[in-house]
Design a protein around this ligand. Structure first.
Ligand code: 4AD
Ligand code: MG
Length: 480
């Protein structure tokens, strides 16, 4: 291990001291007499410049210092403190820890497309963009745990393997150790899941909510933060088959408390990144500005990334009911001119991403929380309103992203929940334990699910969800 990480040297330089670093070469340039080697060790987006005088090193060694190679450098820190761009290491010794054949190494010191880098996901951490993105992914993870910890929430680990379909949408990956060529069948020809590993049909979880509710009804405030899996065949820039979800669940909280929590939480997370990871965000801000330079004026974002983040922190989210949203959408220009792919006719219509984005980007120009959806288009566990037609649901929609959060107050009434499960053909035998909490000491409670990668997209300005998770899983793709 090197004695110092580059960030430590840059932030508290001791001029003329001997430093010892390890890192990966970004570029080497120079003349016959001297080489300037730009080194990065992942601790910061900034590189440090190493100066190697040719007379002190064998030519054979210098030749191996190519982009992508890993080196160890010991030398004297020179330059003036306070002027970081003047800091350099005057190399006394250089060792090659790992060569990177200049002909073969796929990442050259030039701009590569994000699509190309997706195919090189094993190496893309070494680019400025992805190192910034993944440092921010860590920052956001930390901020999330920090927020809930400071607010009295207990982190619980809900199972990845489950028999339940929490969302009732049937989008589950099966878990089994059957020999696919010889699956045990019952006499009537049905698959005999009694003979499967768990003695029943199991799948990868689509949400930790149902188990989180059990926790909340004893611990008061809980949250989960884990991987969730959806076998929906949607190849979009906002869907993953494996994504991470944060699901707080709060006892004695109604829908309004739930919305207040979600809004405060989202603002905290964004603020945390701005305050603690400014350098990476500055980089991503310029990256986006450069990318948009090539777009037509009307296609460019109205705000820069940093402006967008500050704007969300500084403004209250708009809160409207589903019915109000439908009224706005039914009468809006793109609907009347049939510009939407899905035309809004009235109450009961599902809101597609084009409608959600119209509301946040055109109508309100800020995050919008939509509440009280028709019961038919929401999950069985949501609390029924007195009108018997809408449920106490809330979706939070964000500019450029669409749905960021989905949540609700939960139906805590045993009789009503039982009835709703029957109406919606939810397997009551499978979820007997969930129902039982409504029999024993039930109470008003609420929760929501935040798509971690969706928030990552908003914070980093990356436009494809595949670029904010190290190794994306999407239909037809599980490489790495
Ligand atoms: O709206 P969803 O399906 O809600 C639930 O799963 C509830 N059980 C949450 C709860 O109340 N505890 O999913 C929640 C969020 C969405 O708003 C979206 O941000 C994200 O998860 N999400 C996805 N993110 C990436 N890829 C996908 N395929 C996603 N599906 C949902
Ligand atoms: Mg949803």
């Amino acid at each position: 291990m090197g004695k110092a990480r580059i960030i430590e040297i840059l932030e508290a330089p001791i001029i003329n001291s001997t430093v010892d670093i390890n890192g990966w070469v970004r570029t080497r340039r120079g003349s016959k007499n001297v080489s300037f080697i730009s080194v990065n060790d992942g601790s910061t987006i900034r590189n440090i410049q190493v100066v190697a005088e040719s007379s002190n090193f064998k030519e054979e060694l210098l030749k191996k210092i190519t982009t992508g190679s890993c080196i160890k450098v010991i030398g004297k820190l020179i330059g003036s403190s306070g002027q970081e761009q003047n800091l350099e290491i005057n190399a006394e010794s250089i060792s090659i820890l790992g060569e990177a054949d200049g002909e073969e190494y796929p990442l050259q010191p030039k701009k590569h497309s994000l699509e190309f880098l997706r195919e090189k996901a094993h190496l893309r951490f070494r680019t400025n963009t992805f190192s910034a993105v993944f440092r921010l992914r860590h920052a956001l993870t930390f901020a999330i745990h920090n927020y809930f910890n400071s607010n009295g929430y207990i982190n619980i680990h809900t199972p990845v393997i489950t028999g339940a379909d929490a969302e009732g949408a049937g989008e589950m990956f099966k878990v089994s150790n059957f020999n696919f060529n010889d699956i045990p069948k019952k006499e009537n020809g049905e698959i005999d899941y009694n003979k499967d590993f768990f003695g029943k049909q199991t799948n990868l979880t689509v949400s930790g909510q149902l188990e989180a509710e059990l926790g909340a009804l004893a611990l008061g405030r809980v949250y989960t933060f884990g991987p969730t899996f959806r076998a929906e065949n949607s190849n979009t820039s906002r869907h993953l088959s494996e994504f991470w979800m944060i699901e707080p669940e709060t006892a004695f909280a109604d829908l309004n408390d739930n919305m207040d929590l979600a809004e405060d939480f989202l603002k905290y997370c964004i603020k945390y990144c701005l305050e603690n990871y400014r350098e990476d965000l500055d980089f991503l801000n310029s990256r986006l500005e450069n990318e948009e330079k090539n777009l037509k004026k009307e296609e460019r974002s109205e705000m820069s990334l940093l402006q967008r983040l500050s704007f969300v922190i500084d403004n209250n989210f708009e809160r409207i009911s589903y019915s109000e949203a439908i009224d706005i959408l039914r009468n809006c220009k793109p609907n009347k001119k049939k510009k939407f792919q899905f035309i809004i006719n009235g109450f009961g219509d599902e809101l597609q991403s084009e409608h959600e984005r119209h509301l946040v980007e055109k109508t309100f120009k800020k995050p919008v929380i939509i509440t009280d959806y028709p019961k038919e288009i929401k999950a069985f566990y949501m609390k029924m309103n007195d009108d018997n037609s809408t449920v106490r649901a809330m979706d939070i929609l964000f500019p450029l992203i669409g749905e960021m959060v989905g949540g609700s107050q939960r139906e805590e009434d045993y009789v009503k929940l039982n009835k709703r499960m029957e109406e919606m053909n939810v397997d009551k035998d499978e979820l007997w334990w969930y129902l039982e909490t409504r029999k024993f000491g039930t109470c008003v409670h609420s929760g929501f699910g935040l798509g971690f990668e969706r928030l990552m997209m908003f914070i980093t300005g990356m436009k494809n969800i595949r670029d904010v998770i190290p190794f994306p899983r999407t239909p037809q793709n599980a490489e790495f």
